[in-house]
Design a protein around this ligand. Structure first.
Ligand SMILES: Cc1cc2nc3c(=O)[nH]c(=O)nc-3n(C[C@H](O)[C@H](O)[C@H](O)COP(=O)(O)O)c2cc1C
Length: 203
């Protein structure tokens, strides 16, 4: 099974990327799961434009990314809360894919990141407005990495023990569910009932 981790901060050295590493390690410890990461801070994508449909030069890297997404069974989408919003880089990423084999009918675990006790707006925004055409299936569980500077640090002396234990336990539970949904939704995609030619866009 392959799981893609998409990190939505614009910053090159972000706390979101740190959380992404923690989650990737937790997934790979299970065995039988390979992960790959798209860090939108380190590898920014161009903003959507019409040239996407005519292989414009700025989109020359997109086929390689599409292949990564196509071969993935599930995703973890990590979004820092910025002014109560999902950063534009992640919204732009979600805009690039329609009802193809990249995201459609694949499960995604949303994970918000906050320096303090925020993060809930990001989860609400992702669930409300980011799946209509690409048909990504948000898991009914989510993670919020609150007080993020005190958790998920490789140097464990920097972690707050109680906060770290709580986030790690919640991650394990949510990732168990993500893997189970990934297996189940493979069967849904194989049923032959998905019709994105007649119903290309959601309503
Ligand atoms: C422009 C900006 C706006 C922010 N707004 C919020 C916010 O609304 N709520 C919140 O909890 N944290 C907010 N933060 C703090 C982030 O949660 C914090 O930077 C955290 O480390 C995640 O960002 P990173 O992944 O880019 O490092 C904001 C940070 C930035 C840079």
């Amino acid at each position: 099974m392959r799981i893609g981790i998409i990190t939505g901060s614009h910053r090159k050295d972000s706390q979101s990327a740190k959380v992404g590493h923690f989650i990737a390690a937790a997934l790979e410890r299970r065995g039988g799961i390979g992960t790959w990461t798209l860090d939108l801070g380190k590898t920014p994508l161009p903003l959507w434009d019409e040239m996407l449909w005519s292989q414009g030069e700025q989109w020359s890297e997109l086929p390689a990314l599409k292949a990564q997404l196509d071969s993935s069974d599930a995703f973890v989408m990590i979004a820092p809360e910025w002014h109560g919003m999902v950063p534009a880089a992640l919204k732009n990423f979600l805009l690039l894919w329609a009802a193809g084999s990249e995201l459609s009918h694949k499960p995604a675990l949303p994970c918000a990141v906050s320096a303090t006790d925020g993060g809930a707006y990001v989860i609400a925004e992702l669930r409300m407005s980011s799946y209509k055409n690409n048909r990504l299936c948000w898991l009914p569980e989510n993670l919020i990495a609150r007080q993020v500077k005190a958790i998920c640090n490789e140097n464990e002396t920097l972690n707050d023990e109680a906060l770290q234990a709580r986030f790690a336990a919640r991650s394990e539970y949510a990732l168990d569910l993500l893997v189970a949904y990934a297996n189940a939704l493979r069967d849904v995609r194989a049923l032959g009932i998905i019709d994105h030619e007649t119903f290309m866009n959601g309503v």
